[in-house]
Design a binder for this molecule. Structure first.
Ligand code: DQA
Length: 156
């Protein structure tokens, strides 16, 4: 029997951040805090490594680019952590892409979207996510990666 541990390294997980998250640290710090996207990416790399995963970090302000990244993940990644940001509340197309790829998906929001304006209470992505974490700030990404690692246990 071939030993998978000796084969090619397992594919990374995709951590995908949507529009305006490139401005973290500057953007409404009262809501989103002072950590930058680079700080969050450092946290994601470290947390992924703690769980024996590799994280690929992507951010885009463009809906189509996010969808393309999800499509690429179909063959290049083992799972997805996504903060769809504003597209959570508007994008059927992003939801459809996530539904199409058949990978575990964890949705993250820095803020508690249920405590905010009513238009943020609904997320198109939540219906196709395995888990949703919101309101934990940057730690939400660490929680998401830990949960993704659990879901991936025993798979390659
Ligand atoms: C967000 C919440 C969204 O409502 C908002 O549009 C964002 C960020 C969050 O991380 O709290 O851009 O996804």
């Amino acid at each position: 029997m071939p030993n998978p541990a000796e084969g090619a390294p397992a594919a990374p997980v995709l951590v995908l951040n949507g529009p305006n998250l490139n401005l973290l640290g500057l953007r409404e710090p009262r809501i989103y805090g002072h950590d930058t996207l680079a700080d969050i990416e450092t946290l994601c790399r470290a947390t992924a490594a703690e769980h024996g995963l590799r994280a690929d970090l992507r951010q885009s302000n463009h809906e189509g680019e996010l969808i393309d990244a999800v499509h690429e993940a179909r063959t290049a990644h083992r799972g997805i952590v996504i903060n769809p940001a504003g597209y959570s509340h508007t994008s059927v197309a992003l939801r459809d892409a996530l539904a199409a790829v058949d990978l575990p998906v964890i949705e993250v929001h820095l803020s508690n979207i249920h405590r905010r304006e009513e238009f943020r209470h609904f997320s198109y992505v939540s219906g196709v996510a395995d888990a949703v974490i919101c309101g934990a700030g940057p730690h939400g990404y660490a929680l998401a990666l830990a949960h993704l690692a659990r879901l991936l246990e025993g798979t390659r």
